[in-house]
Ligand binder design. Structure first.
Ligand code: SF4
Length: 221
C-alpha cells in the first residue's frame, strides 16, 4: 500500500451514511432480479450514461424476461429496445447486448467468462465493465471499477492527480485501503450523480466539503 489518502476513513464513512437510505431503497429494487455474472454484465452495459433509477427499471424489465445469454441471444433486437427504453443510446445498447449474448453462447458455452482478460477481449466490454463483472458478478476482491465519477471525484478531493480512468484505477489500487474497494464504485457513482456533479457540483450541500480541496472546480453551487 502506498501513501495514505487524506481523511479516507472519514470520507468513506460519511458517504456510506449519507447514501444509506438511498442505497437500501435501490438494493431492495435490485432484489427483483437474481444476481448472476450475466445480469451484472447486462445491467452494467445498460448503466452507461444513464441514471441509476432508469438503469434499475430497465434491467428488471429486460432480465425478468431474458435471464441467460441463451435466452437473450434469441431475443428480437426491437423487443430488447422496447424493454430497455429510455436508457441512453438504447438502440446501440440493444444491438450490443444481443451480439454479446450470441458470442457468449457461441464461444463461451453460454457463460460469462470468469476472467478479466477474457472479458476485455469481447467487443463492447471495457475495463470498467470487466471490473464490475469480476467484483460483483464473481465476488472477486482484486478488482476496482472506475467510471467517470470514480475518476473525477478523487481528483477533485485531491486524493490523486490522474488524467485517465485507467491511471486512476492504478493509483487507487495502490492507495485506497482494500476494505473500501467493494463500496467505492457504487458510493462514488451515486455521489457523483447526486452531489458532486460533473459541471457545477453542489458543494454547498456536500457532506465532505471540509475534506475536499476542490481541485479544478471553477464553478460550483
Ligand atoms: S466539495 Fe464540491 S467538489 Fe468537493 S466533493 Fe463536495 S461537491 Fe465535489
Amino acid at each position: 500500500m502506498g501513501e495514505e489518502l487524506s481523511y479516507v476513513d472519514e470520507i468513506m464513512e460519511i458517504l456510506k451514511k449519507e447514501l444509506r437510505d438511498y442505497e437500501d431503497f435501490q438494493n431492495q429494487k435490485w432484489k427483483k432480479i437474481e444476481k448472476t455474472p450475466f445480469t451484472v454484465l447486462i445491467s452494467c452495459l445498460l448503466s452507461l450514461r444513464t441514471k441509476d433509477e432508469v438503469t434499475i427499471e430497465s434491467s428488471i424489465r429486460l432480465l425478468s424476461k431474458y435471464r441467460t445469454p441463451k435466452d437473450m441471444a434469441k431475443a428480437d433486437v426491437k423487443e430488447i429496445e422496447k424493454l430497455i427504453y429510455p436508457v441512453g443510446f438504447y438502440k446501440t445498447k440493444a444491438r450490443r447486448i444481443k451480439e454479446i449474448s450470441k458470442l457468449l453462447v457461441e464461444n463461451y458455452n453460454g457463460k460469462v467468462p470468469d476472467s478479466f482478460d477474457e472479458l476485455i477481449k469481447i467487443k463492447g466490454i471495457g475495463r470498467k465493465t470487466a471490473n464490475i463483472v469480476m467484483m460483483y458478478g464473481y465476488d472477486r476482491e482484486d478488482y476496482l471499477a472506475i467510471d467517470t465519477h470514480c475518476h473525477r471525484i478523487p481528483n477533485r478531493i485531491g486524493w490523486i492527480k490522474t488524467k485517465t480512468p485507467e491511471e486512476t484505477e492504478r493509483e487507487l489500487k495502490k492507495k485506497l485501503p482494500k476494505k473500501y474497494w467493494k463500496d467505492f464504485n457504487h458510493l462514488f457513482v451515486r455521489f457523483g450523480q447526486r452531489i458532486c456533479l460533473p459541471i457545477s457540483p453542489k458543494c454547498s450541500e456536500c457532506p465532505i466539503e471540509k475534506f475536499c480541496k476542490k481541485i479544478g472546480v471553477d464553478r460550483h453551487r
